[in-house]
Ligand binder design. Structure first.
Ligand code: GLN
Length: 273
């Protein structure tokens, strides 16, 4: 059986079949095209069929390959972490904008998961000092492994903490960012697609979707430098509520920004202590 035969016979969408086959063979896209008449080893075919079956049963592509690209970097992904989403790149851009004029800025990422946000910031701004926090020890290990592969040693400090609980209260940050669990517990999306296979604690607060956001907005000012920025990712219908929470806590310059799909996806403001 050749590459072309295998792809033709696959019941997956062609793009997904190609991604899984590249993963099994360790090939790039161009190799898949130029070697399409090459006969495949039996064990490669068997490994492809096993991954295909798992994909057809719903497992996310990123968990099957163990990889997802974000902000130009290749992150390792396991079932212990949220799969990085393209819309979250907006949060990284907003954090970078918040510290653009600040040399050696201190940045805190709450609920880091893969480390996608924290590591992307550290990669773009090697002078910045970045702290990455997660409540989950397993997630923190994934983030640490990603940092060891993608960044210079000690570019990021990792702390196991439930939001800000274990962070040294004498630290001050020019920017705090978070993509917290913001899906309401009764949202049917939790039972659909990739979300069924991701850690529930990374997706939902098991409440109205705003409880983690409330906690972060309440506690972030205690750790912000004067004129420090807080930026949060949130759901498509939460922008107004999040702006209201930020204003009630005393943030200024409160605004929401749209993602590439035109959805108000991140809200933030400055805290002038
Ligand atoms: N953006 C994710 C989704 O809707 C949710 C991530 C999160 O809750 N932070 O699939």
């Amino acid at each position: 059986m050749t590459v072309a035969d295998l792809l033709r016979a696959s019941s997956l969408p062609q793009l997904e079949a190609r991604i899984l086959l590249m993963h099994v063979l360790g090939w790039r896209r161009t190799e898949l095209i130029t070697r399409d008449l090459l006969p495949l080893a039996e064990d490669a075919v068997a490994r492809f069929e096993s991954l295909s079956a798992r994909r057809l049963a719903g497992e996310p592509i990123a968990q099957l390959t163990g990889k997802r690209e974000f902000f130009g970097l290749d992150f390792d992904v396991t079932p212990d972490v949220l799969i990085p989403r393209p819309e979250t790149e907006l949060l990284v851009e907003l954090a970078l904008e918040a510290i653009v004029d600040t040399p050696n800025a201190r940045v805190l990422d709450l609920g880091t998961g893969t480390g996608a946000i924290a590591l992307s910031i550290a990669h773009a701004r090697p002078d910045a000092r970045v702290w990455a926090v997660d409540r989950s020890a397993a997630a923190l290990q994934v983030a640490r492994d990603n940092a060891a592969r993608l960044l210079d040693k000690s570019a990021v400090t990792f702390i196991q903490s439930d939001w800000t609980a274990n962070i040294d209260p004498s630290l001050r940050f020019e920017a705090i960012v978070s993509n917290p669990p913001y899906i309401a517990s009764d949202d049917p999306h939790l039972e659909q697609g990739d979300l069924r296979f991701e850690p529930r604690g990374a997706l939902t607060d098991d409440a109205d979707g705003l409880s983690a956001i409330r906690t972060i907005i309440e506690t972030a000012p205690l750790l912000l430098a004067s004129h420090g920025a807080l930026w949060l990712e949130h759901g498509y219908d939460q922008a107004q509520a999040v702006r209201g929470l930020l204003e009630a806590r005393g943030f200024t310059d409160v605004r929401s920004m749209r993602d590439l799909a035109g959805i108000e996806r991140c809200s933030g403001g400055l805290f002038i202590a």
